[in-house]
Every structure is written in structure tokens, then in C-alpha cells.
Design a protein around this ligand. Sequence first.
Ligand code: HEM
Length: 376
Amino acid sequence: ASVFPFYGAHQAGITTPAQDRLHFAVFDPDPGLDREGLIGLLSDWTAAAARLSQGLEVAEGGAVGGSDYAPPADTGEALGLPASGLTITFGFGPEVFETADGGDPFGLAARRPPELVALPRFQGDALEPARTGGALCIQACADDPQVAVHAIRNLSRIAFGRATLRWSQLGFGRTSSTSTAQATPRNLFGFKDGTANIKAEEPGVADEHVWVQPGDEPAWLAGGSYLVARRIRMVIENWDRVQLGEQEQLVGRSKGEGAPLSGGTEFTEPDFEAAGPTGAPLIDPASHVRLAHPSVNGGARLLRRGYNFVDGNDALGRLDAGLFFLSFQRSPEQFVRVQTSLAADGLNEYLKHVGSAIFAVPGGVAVGEFVGQRLF
Ligand code: HEM
């Protein structure tokens, strides 16, 4: 079973090979939390996350080693389970720097990254306030769902009286590979997802497209990234009535191999000029792969790290299912550019964006520091 280091130049859970399971949680500070209180919370979260990601209980004493007369330090459901590749990644939303009523409870307004603003409204957005925005995020990824849930549960418990869970999302079946060593998984449309993703092994690519660089604004965010989260509902029942050939045209790739419809195998670059016998392009200009491709987006690339979700069903008997899209990028502008281009995407007929959030993910944590320390 894998164990990833918590401390390092970058936070884990970004270029780390994508694990199978996700528990993503967004918190709001409780009224009355001040700057010292926030620093205290981040320090406690850091200490806990460093232990949890090594497969340890959340604190000394753990689930059963403490006093019989006190609630246990650890909730216990991960006793006996290995680290399972757990990574815990923290981010700051716009509301850390300015509350909804214009307040600045942490004295951080002047430190706000200029680009950390709520995403613009995109065509077709049907955002639900209860799944949108938030001040602090924690992404817990692991190969065992119980380990990811245990992490979020214990971190929520530590926040008691200081910050409250606003919304959260469970995910399974990673929809991206972030390492060339991983096979490409499939999303709930049945297509391989992550083929053309940024991979950890590509030299220089993460520096150019994922990590905020020294010299970028603001300096405290160097080594960090911006995280975009979108809860995208899939209208699966309609999709399942679409002919195979049309499904492939909408994506721009074959369903089995994941090869571009211009030919070749999974990792062949798509050729948007290639035309069939009738002269029509083999890859539909309105296909997802073309509209998301860097060549039509000024070179913009994203590190996608999303998960499938199925959260039961609605009153009409339709699955509440889709893709919990997560992407990391050096600037939010990269996501905005691609998502704006996707306004013409034929897939949109089968998609509904119902949740959205953006976070500045601070750089890695050094031993003895708390996460985000350079912000303060
Ligand atoms: C590629 C599906 C949403 C950006 C792909 C591929 C599939 C896919 C099957 C081709 C394989 C691959 O390279 O990974 C989906 C589905 C979505 C969705 C089902 C919604 C539920 C999004 C969103 C964005 C996005 C919201 C960003 C705004 C990309 C990018 C590529 C891609 C950048 C790679 C294009 C390339 O360089 O070839 N997607 N996607 N996708 N998608 Fe999506």
C-alpha cells in the first residue's frame, strides 16, 4: 500500500498519482473566528494531516489508547487500515480574504491573490448555492473510501467551534490519470478520461501549467496552484439512448480504445484537419476533445483530477450521477478559457453544472510549518 510524504515543496494530492477515492469538503469559518483562531486551526489541521497521511491515528492516544473517561482522540474507523495512499490537500477560497458582507476578519484582504475571485457565470450553469463556494477546502484522496472519509471526519471534528462543514462530495473511480504509469480510467459516459491530461512525468509541464511560479502574484502562493471544483451532473438516462457513433462524435474519440477519430491509438495526437471521403473533418469541430484542446485555447492546459459520483437518485428515478470535476492550474484563467470554449460543446446537452468553487492552494509545507503559513 502506498504512503505519500505530507511535507515537501508542493502539497501532495496534485501531481500524486490519482488515487481511487475522494472525499472533498468545504468549510466556512464560524462567526467570531479571528486571525489567531484561523492560524490555530491550520496548525491543528497540519499536525493531524501529517499523521493521517502516514497511516497513523489523528493524534497521540488514538482511538483506544487514551483515558476511559474522555472521548477518544481518534474516531477509530480506520484502525488496522493502512495509509492507502491518503493525501490531504488544503485550499483557501475567496471568502478567507473577504466575507460575503465585505468583512476582513483575518486581516488578509491585502494578501488576496488578485485572480482568486468567484468564477464567472458560464453558459448553462445551474449552480446550487448549497454546493457552491466556501472559504476552506480539504481534498482527501485514498485508495480506500473508509480512509478518505476518516480523514475528513476527524479534520471536521478538530474544526468544531472554529469552522463548519458547508458542503462535501464523495467520489469513486478516478476520472483522470496523472502519471504515465497509470492506466486511463473511464467516466460514467463510458469513455476513457485523462488520456491527454498533464502527467507528473512530463518535465517542465507542471511548472508551466500547474504551479504558481516565483515571480507570479502573490509571492506567498509560489509552489501552490489554483483548484477549480465543478459538480457536473450527467443526464445519464438520455446519454444511454445515444447511438455509439454519435457518442464518439460528441467526444471526438473512440469509446473502446480512446483513440482520436482522426486515427491512431489512444496517445496519438488528434488531427483536427484530417478529413474523410466526403471532405468533412473526421473529428467534429464541436466535439469535446477539439474545444478543450490547447490548440484552440491559446495553449491553456489543466491538470484534471476529478472523480465519478453517484449520490442516489432523484424523485423521477434518475441517478444523481456525474463527474466531480477537479482541476489544478497555475492561473484560474486557464480553466475560464477552456470552460468558455466548451460553451459550444455538443456534450452539454447531457450535462448540467450544479456546483462550483475555486481555491488558492498554498505551496508545500516544511516540517515545523503549518499549511499556508507564508500567507500570514
Ligand atoms: C478531455 C470527458 C468536462 C477539459 C476529455 C476526454 C473525455 C472528457 C472523454 C478525452 C480523453 C482525455 O484526454 O481525457 C469529459 C466529461 C465531462 C468533461 C464527460 C463532463 C462531465 C470537462 C471540463 C473541462 C474539461 C468542465 C474544463 C473546463 C478537458 C480537457 C481535455 C479533456 C482540457 C483534454 C483535451 C486534449 O488536450 O486533448 N474530457 N470532460 N472537460 N477535457 Fe473533458
